[in-house]
Ligand binder design. Sequence first.
Ligand SMILES: C[S@@+](CC[C@H](N)C(=O)[O-])C[C@H]1O[C@@H](n2cnc3c(N)ncnc32)[C@H](O)[C@@H]1O
Length: 233
Amino acid sequence: MTTPTWYLDELDHAGPEHLDAGYVAGYDRKTGVDPAGDLALLRDLGLGEADTLVDLGTGTGALPLIAAPYCRRVVAVDVSAPMLAVLQQRAEDAGIANIECVRAGFLSYEHQGAPANVVYSRHALHHLPDFWKAVAFERIAAMLKTGGIFHFRDLFLSVGPGEAAEAIEHWLAHASETPEVGWTREELEIHLREEYSTFTWLIEPMLERAGFRIEARHGLESKIYAAYTCVRV
Ligand SMILES: C[S@@+](CC[C@H](N)C(=O)[O-])C[C@H]1O[C@@H](n2cnc3c(N)ncnc32)[C@H](O)[C@@H]1O
């Protein structure tokens, strides 16, 4: 089917900084991301050497780079060419041959080959408005085998609308002083105004409707971030 003209343009919503090679070069220092805990969780959940792992919105591919030795095939998907260029170079430098970089997004990636055993996504779903998150969840369910795992994390508020301002102010008060090693208050405010973080209580029915059973919720006590481990039923 051809893409309808009303379909979301993922590049328009990708965050201009993610398409800027200069920003991407400093990305890992800024985020300080360490995916070791997520890899351990995925391996505990059964990710194994015969398996296919898909990382949607992979960025510089922190998880694929450490997960590749433990599975057969890793598909690292992102709309940003500069992000994928960094990952491709790192994979080559490390002699990793089972990571495939695919320039596409939640709404455009077409999975080929055996169904995925695990789909992972970290801090990328907030680029989609809620209508499109629901579409993305159905697309993710369709690329997973029955019983497969979908694990993802993002900025999802686990409070009611009336409590959101207090939770957000508390979060903003701990923002980084400098943009090189974290997100400043100004950057976080742009995120809140212009991107699509949402509430956990909106995400959960979307997951169930897409064909997932929620196995575990992580980090909801932060009120700001949440991760979900779901099973494709
Ligand atoms: C904040 S970064 C997170 C990267 C990485 N997952 C991490 O945890 O460090 C968000 C990433 O999502 C990508 N992105 C934005 N919109 C997307 C979409 N519609 N589909 C897939 N990736 C997207 C951006 O290019 C960027 O690399």
